[in-house]
Design a protein around this ligand. Structure first.
Ligand code: IVH
Length: 677
């Protein structure tokens, strides 16, 4: 063999090895969600392969991991005829409709109870992937169900779509169907970068996925963070006798299938699954618009057959829409507890996210400007989970005659004090402090709220009357209210007045942490209040602390320290605290100071995505006496694994360390009287 031949043989061997390693890493990352190596190591392997292939162009093959993007932009998409039509699904919006579906299925099968495969309904774009001899041959969109578009060059750029199947035993020709979607993290990151660069942002993950897939230049698609989940097999003769077994087989071949998929029994199982996913929805790393139920057994599917263009054996059970269109009547400005002015959209009532919405936040002046929102516009309103409804965008095409641009008032709409906006901050604030009735009302509401002093019966309308009638100027005045005085107010009777006075009486022994939170110091949430209470033990010590002493408290940075310090230097605040003491308030030393917490001696590790901030979970654990560490070892007591937990979870399982999910964690907190939200 010549020297050149030897070199080429060595290159070929290394290339084969690198491709196998890269495919294995892709599989671990995209299908098992359990990467073996850090991203940097993966990038090194890719670079080495690309360099070798550049030196030996004759060794490049179309299914090499480097060949996801190639060729020039297309003129248009070629038409593809689907061998098996791509169907749609019948929809259901209520439990009754699901029960009807199950009744029809049972009737058609003449059986008592049916096993369903239940899975999330992803909000993306349907795709058909054809593999021949284990190699990706073609990717086609749904089109009209009979004919779609050939988008192979674009789909090849999606990292979770395998270019080659793993293992063996696949049929000569395999057609897999599934959904291309844009994960939320990628969607947000893309928009952040685009908006910083002054480029057009993507409207929502669904449109983003659809738009990205229909790019004529695959390089553009490659720059969009897309992903794929398989949900059915079209040409499946002899593959598996149930849907769930077929999905398991696909996963072994390296195709990602949704980890939330499960089999359930009967309508009851379906409804329980729907409820569970609806709860989980906000924590999932992608958008879903409902769940899909499929009769699991293939023979049963064949017996049931099809009606018009949808299978009789499947049903999409949708969630209430999270986005709707309505008319924005006007823009008002609300004043919050800390004086922040928030522009609020008054809307024509619209049913969205399961409730009727009439107000939606516009966040701040810059946001209004960016979205160009004006009174009279038709707008897209979004309400997701328990999040405050917001105006997402304006439908400019429907604007008739422009109303003037919104301008933030220069004087507080409630008290007339000057409005200030500190440079570099998005928020404008009323400078009136507690002179401003709006700030006073909000601070009283906050003082009485459930996680603060928990004073029942002090509703918004009552606070309005108390402040407007000048019966209450500060929270300390609440404790001077008498039954007769309260009973004379609108919508108050003798009984509710009595109850409120009793409630106020009962609230006079708060834990120090609750009182600190109730005072409404800027940047001091429940967790920080807890840390401050534990660290200082009593209010006098905290009040005396300088900024340096404050930053010594866990979780307290310079900004928080500044706000806390400033709060206790403000004469009005000191007066209120003295008045509370005079009214008979006595705060209790923190519980935890009394002895070791219930989790003392335990070391916890947090991994994956949690629905609460990491910091919050950490502080809650620490308040129960546990230590929180960054990596899993034999000494770890418990691993709290959120969504998409990867290698730390695997390591814990390997070592036999207990792993719990967020639901179990929340139960544990509740047992110790703590609340996560
Ligand atoms: S099954 C014959 N499963 O929903 C059954 N579809 O109207 C064909 N979709 O655009 C579809 N998630 O792309 C199925 N887990 C899932 C799905 C799903 C999303 C989409 C599908 C199609 C629409 C059905």
């Amino acid at each position: 063999m010549s020297g050149a031949d030897t070199r080429q043989a060595a290159a070929q061997a290394r290339i084969t090895e690198l491709r196998a390693q890269i495919e294995q890493h892709n599989y671990r990352y995209h299908v098992l969600d359990d990467p073996l190596v850090p991203d940097a190591e993966f990038d090194r392997l890719m670079r080495e392969l690309a360099e070798l292939e550049a030196e030996h162009p004759e060794l490049v093959t179309p299914d090499s991991p480097t060949q996801r993007v190639g060729g020039a932009p297309a003129e248009g998409f070629e038409e593809v005829r689907h061998a098996v039509p791509m169907l749609s699904l019948a929809n259901a919006f209520s439990a009754d409709e699901v029960q009807d579906f199950d009744r029809r299925v049972r009737g058609g099968l003449e059986t008592e109870s049916v096993i369903y495969a239940a899975e999330p309904k992803l909000d993306g774009v349907a795709i058909a992937l054809t593999y021949e001899n284990g190699r990706l041959l073609r990717a086609a969109t749904r089109g009209d169900g009979q004919r779609g578009e050939n988008v192979t060059a674009n789909v090849r750029t999606i990292p979770s779509v395998p270019l080659r199947l793993r293992g063996g035993g696949w049929p000569h020709r395999l057609e897999v169907r599934g959904e291309i979607y844009m994960p939320l993290a990628g969607f947000r990151a893309y928009n952040e970068t685009a908006s910083a660069a002054g480029e057009k942002t993507l409207v929502n993950p669904r449109n983003a996925a659809a738009g990205s897939l229909r790019q004529l230049d695959p390089a553009v698609t490659a720059s969009r963070p897309l992903a794929f989940f398989a949900y059915s097999v079209a040409l499946a003769d002899g593959l598996a006798d149930s849907h769930s077994a077929a999905m398991k087989q696909l996963r072994e071949w390296g195709l990602p299938v949704n980890p939330e998929a499960r089999t359930v029994q009967g309508a009851e199982g379906c409804l329980a699954y729907h409820a569970e996913l609806q709860r989980k929805r906000e924590r999932l790393p992608y958008e879903i618009d409902g769940v899909v139920y499929k009769v699991d057994d293939r023979t049963q599917q064949d017996t049931l057959g099809y009606v018009s263009r949808a299978p009789r054996w499947a049903l999409a059970h949708k969630f209430p829409a999270q986005e709707e269109v309505t008319r924005l009547v006007s823009i008002d400005v609300q004043v919050g507890r800390t004086g922040a002015l928030t522009p609020v959209a008054r809307l024509e009532p619209v049913f969205v996210g399961g409730v009727t919405v009439t107000n939606a936040t516009l966040h701040n002046e810059d946001e209004i400007r960016r979205k160009d929102v004006r009174a009279g516009d038709w707008v897209v309103v979004r309400r997701a989970g328990d999040v405050i409804p917001e105006v997402v965008s304006v439908i400019l095409e429907r604007r008739e005659g422009a109303s003037p641009e919104f301008v933030m008032p220069v004087a507080c709409p409630v008290c007339g004090s000057a409005v200030e906006r500190i440079e570099g901050e998005a928020v404008a604030r009323c400078s009136g402090g507690l002179f401003c009735p709006a700030q006073r009302k909000q601070s009283i509401r906050h003082f009485a709220s459930r996680h603060a002093m928990d004073i029942e019966g002090l509703g918004d309308k009552l606070v309005e009357q108390l402040v407007d009638g000048e019966l209450v100027h500060s929270v300390a005045d609440l404790y001077r209210l008498g039954v007769e005085q309260l009973a004379a107010l609108e919508r108050m009777g003798q009984k509710s007045a009595r109850n409120l006075v009793d409630e106020l009486q009962r609230s006079k022994r708060p834990e120090l942490a609750r009182l600190l939170y109730a005072l409404g110091i800027r940047e001091v949430g429940e967790v920080t209040a807890g840390s401050l209470a534990r660290h200082f033990g009593d209010l006098e010590a905290l009040m005396a602390a300088d900024e340096e002493a404050l930053t010594a408290v866990p979780d307290v940075g310079p900004v928080v320290a500044h706000h806390v310090h400033a709060f206790f230097r403000e004469p009005h605040n000191l007066e209120v605290i003295r008045a509370l003491q005079q009214a008979g308030l006595e705060w209790q030393a923190p519980r935890e100071a009394a002895g070791p917490g219930p989790l003392a001696g335990q070391t916890w590790v947090l991994t994956g995505a949690l629905s609460m901030p990491r910091m919050r979970a950490r502080s809650l654990l620490e308040s129960l006496g546990a230590k929180v560490a960054g990596s899993v070892s034999r000494k770890t007591s418990v691993v709290l694994a959120g969504e998409a937990a990867g290698s730390k979870r695997a390591r814990a399982e390997q070592l036999g360390v207990e792993v719990i999910d967020e639901e179990a964690f929340r139960r544990l907190l509740a047992e110790h009287g703590l609340q996560a939200d």
